[in-house]
Write a new protein. Sequence first.
Lengths: 1217, 284
Amino acid sequence: MDYDFRTLDRQNRAINPTDSFEYPALQKLGAPHIDSFNRIWEESGRNRPPLIDLAVKDLGKYTIFDRKEEFTGFEHGNKLTYWIEDVQLNRPTAIGKENAKSLLVYPAECREGISTYKGKLTCKFCWQINDKEVHTELRSLGSLPIMVKSNRCNLYGMGPADLIKHHEEAEEFGGYFVVNGGEKVVRMLIAPKRNHVSAIKRPSYANRGPGFTMFATQIRCVREDQTSCTSTLHYLNTGNLMFRFAWYKQEYLVPAILVLKALCDSSDKEIFENLVQTDINDTFLKDQVELLLRSLKSYNANNKYQALKYLGSKFRVVMNLSEDVTDAQVGEHLIKKVVMVHLDSWKDKFNMLIFMIRKLYSLVANEIQPDNPDSMQNQELYLPGFLYLGIIKEKLNDILAGVRGVLNIELRLRPASVNFANADFFPKLLKKVNTDVGQKAQYFLATGNLVSKTGLDMQQTSGFCVVAEKLNFMRYLSHFQCVHRGSFFAELKTTAVRKLLPESWGFMCPVHTPDGAPCGLLNHLAHKCEVTTFTERTNDLERALSDFGVSLGIPSPQLAIDEMKKNNSKDSKIKSRTQYLSVQIDGKIVGFCSDKQSRMIANTLRTMRCKANNPRNQSSYYIPPTLEIGLVPKMNGGQYPGLYLFSNPARFTRPVKNIAENSIEYVSPFEQIYLEIACLNEDIRPGVTQYQEILPTHILSSVANLTPFCDFNQSPRNMYQCQMAKQTMGTPAQSLHHRADNKLYWLQTGQTPIVRPVLHDSFGVDGYPNGTNAVVAVLSYTGYDMEDAMILNKSAHERGFGYGSIYKTEVFDLTDEKSGTSEPTCHFMLGTDVQSDSVREKLDLDGLPFVGTPLVEGDPIIAFFDSVRQKTIIKKYKGEPGYVDTVRLVGSESLSATSSELQTVQITYRIPRSPVIGDKFSSRHGQKGVCSMKYPAIDLPFTESGMQPDVIINPHAFPSRMTIGMFVESLAGKSGALFGMAQDATPFQFDETNTAVDFFGEQLRAAGYNYYGNEPMYSGVTGKEMKADIYIGLVYYQRLRHMVNDKYQVRTVGPVDPLTHQPIKGRKRGGGIRLGEMERDSLLAHGTSYILQDRLMNCSDYSKAYVCRACGSMLAPISLPSTNLVYLDSDNEGDESPRNKSELEKTRNAERELLTAAATNAALSTANSSLGGKVGMDILCKNCKKSDITLVAIPYVLKYLATELASMNIKLNLLVK
Amino acid sequence: MDLYNVPLVGDSPGIDVRIRKLTKNYVDFVLSNIDLSVANSLRRVMIAEVPTMAIDMVEFYQNSSVLADEFIAHRLGMIPLTSEKAKDFKYTRDCSCTQNCHLCSVEMTLHVKCTEDQTLSVTSKDLISSNPDVVPVLEDGQDKGILIAKLNKGQELKLFCVVKKGIAKEHAKWSPCAAVEFDYDPYNKLRHTNYWYEKDKQKEWPLSKNAVEETPEDSSQPYDYNATVKHTVGSLSPETIVTQATKILQDKLEEVQISLENDSKPAMNNSFEEENEYFKESYF
């Protein structure tokens, strides 16, 4: 069980990289992303065209007429037909890189150069006039962002040696886009299972209109090019059925019977037989079908043509086709674009719609349960590549529609200028249309927003892309395994969608989901779960099915009647009638078979599928190894029975062991719930169990798998660890020097954990260490370890425990400073106008800093000369003390020969972050804590062998959290350290008879230690042996990225809000933390009035105000220069003696002037001095004309309140005694 | 108890030191007839207060290696240097020089450039000291030295270090010893502790190797017993550490005695405090 650290192996590989990847499991993680992207450009299945070709074909041809009469042949004038062909994506190359060694661009260059990794997208525009010769023109569609390591990437097929040469990680697995220097991942989203009818019972459907009920069936049909169209069949209580679909985000309802009629030239009897099949005794069904057929009468659509014509007449405007198309053709187009788009043959479409109706009737009759859309059984994925293709396809369609739009405008405004015959006409027309598809795709990747006219059959328009943060390796990994339920569900009030359902067993990790808002919506694939991306060949499968006796025709009512007759003649009593199940391949009905037959067929297919994995397989049929064989047997009140076979892409699939064949077989969620899969050997039930899990750990995601002994922990703790592993300060990348991320956290003293699960090795996590092995003692010592705090050994800290750095990159772009002119006006240099030694010490003559320069806030960091202002401008450094790590000179993307001057510089700062009190650490068991003290080593307790703990944690951290895994890790770590070996911490290795404690206890005993990992310890202060022995061992500790230096907020006085004079918000601006009502309450309850006074007054908006003792007003007292005192005083005193009017007027004027003067004066300070009896201003009540005024301390907002009240004609009086 | 006549280590006729094992960097000795607190004090002093030499300041002239300056500086600081002569150096803070001088420091330089295709290891052997008494510790002639950094072709490391005298209380790099084992009362006769056990104490708890010094639990014996074992990192020989530690401990106790005397005679000036600025902060 124990194994080696393989340090030398790794070192050797690092020095001499080879061409083969060492960690194939790691390479597989990006597979759903890369494969789905590859399918766009290379064959989508065996001997199948690339998806882009299928998409372009589906766009079809656009036709337009010039409405000119001189040319005959067509009713509406000359006919112009145009379409797109042959869309090609080239590998990323540089433009204007004359001096470059190679024209190829690699992702690392884009990362460092803040540009986008993209290649030229081109297509052929073809057009035809009056159906004559075809003209083509090759046109650029802009530059399309390319997925790293896809088949269009320049890194495609490279091994570690080459990857390192191109400044990538040795084991780079790609799967993301580089957009504006950042790495973007398109999220995988959950989609309803394609081409499968699901039954829905939703009360809100009843509110859709009169007659609507809560019953519906829904199908998400996916075309060959992976774009989809969802249609719903509603049951109305009138017996009618409504077929609902969306066209350009607009919903339309069409009577289903009309669609049925339009699909097939069938009589009412045929439709009846199709719908009723052998259920001749089902009166409910028969009544419903009758109602349905009757409802047809009102549309006057008795045959296919009439129905199509009727539909076409209604949808002519919506479909927006050319003028020459007849109504019936419009109807045909509608059917083609909307109804059962996954099927080409109309007969198949008809059969599928029949199936949909039958399933709906079953649901209404309460014979079956509605399908749960939150269960993985009814789900698949929107894969990044397919989504990307959807966007490209729609943008191409927009171009085609745009051409028509431009032409229509031309025809309206300048009909004379429109001349199809002119060879230049169409190319000129094209120029008026924005054909930059690449830019639209880049916008999508950069923002994650979907700008779409059709909505792409998605439920959301934003949140598609996320930044693949390289915070640490695990964070990065999990981005590629992450599956989101869709942002629509995030707003849902019910929590049903977040539930962990048993159907996700083996496909979604039950542990790895965040707690809080996205809990249960943001899931991660189990590490062995794969996603299909190939379109499989199914004609062999069809052949096999018919060979197995699947009948092609529908089981007609006649069949049932015959059977009944036969039974009656034989006089057998209750012989059950044969049930016929529909057999479907990817949503196409290929026939029917009996219930009994279906089991046989399913079993045979499973055996064949299992053998399909075997290269020596000599079967005459090709069965896809990932084929999903979903047999829903006939049952009462369960799912709708049938044999559903799926071979399509975007399905989940996972390997299990077929017990009988003893080989690997891939199963999928739809079939899984009907399979007997044993987990362990003892779970096998002979004769029943068909499959067995390969390893129990297969249900966990890659990150969840890295929690050691996670089977010993209380389950939420493992969830927390998954979260914390992703916030750890670790090793984000090995190519740190070639990255220009905004912020990177890096742990200097990363170690390989002594205790690690097997997957640690298979994912190559050793290349990206995430923590340090620490000697951890569990004891209550000095009280500094209370409440989840941990004591750090000061000597350990001095030796480098948990030391980390932050790499921050700042971009200086002079083109920002430029004022419109094409020639740069700013140049990086240190002009002669700067003479200061302090600047010249830190900056070179080129205006750039020296690498390695220590920086503190306010230091010069870069200088450039502004030739307009003729001045050197120096930028200052902001932030914590750090060093200049890297200076990067960035060339511009569109380099023209004339302006090749350097305009952009990136400077990476290295900010040392040694652990300080208040920094957060955690073990790998959801046990996080804050460092509360760095204790001197001599005062720490020590064992008899002289070991002192690096970390002390409190025993109270365990009883309620039950992280036994941490105890086991401590034991295992201790013996691992003693014997110098790596310890296997894979979960589910131990059981009741063979316990972990025994296993590691024996090892410890062999090393001369206590069996249970305890040791007597001595107090470091007195040397006396402690009363109890202490649990001490080695635990791998992670340093989390939450550090006090980024969080502390302290102020006494500081910046204030100009209106209220209260402290402002925000840590960055030196603001305060709100002392709210509840905080105030508790201070009151404590009776700490001085603190209250200090917080709410002195440190907040303390101010002084003049209050008139006589009138109590705070607003009336004004300050006046004391020279006027005499005059005004006499005015007050001589109230009785009448003055003449003009004099009074004069006084008022003077007062007014003085008032404004007083206001402009920096009033209070001078006024204060006047109160003190000195010369200056004097205070006078404007109201009482008296100077019986006093100064009081008030919160400034009180004055504000008084003013506000005054504006409402309310007077605020203060009683001053 | 007579506070003014506390028996000091060495003074007391009762204290007995018996060395069980002594190698180049390992000493194993038994102290008896000594108070537990004094034995522990000796341990503490050995860990934290025996002065050694270590690189304290690094000036970088050229560093094109992949490691950051402060990373290399930290690694350099941790390199053990021979410190037998440490006691002849002054603490820089006590020295009369302005920055540092040969009385309080040693200078070291390192200049390595990789010119070959192979990775070049820069080790402690590449450090050139200005004082032959203070050099990086090497186990023997075979010792390749301690790895500082690795250089690729064209990378260069050029730096200047100042070695200063210091104690581990200030920074762990000045610690002369790796670990100090410590054990008394292996049979737990004094009942200072409780050995927790699940089923069987004898099976679960191993016997200390110092158990040979005592007889298994019979009657309570009056005498106290200590065993201290230590490992060094090589900068000082184990016996030097022990003797120096004893000396330091004596000095400290002396100081306590003097200050107690001073306390009882308040008229006396206590000017020695200024002279021994450092010890004022000590824990005793």
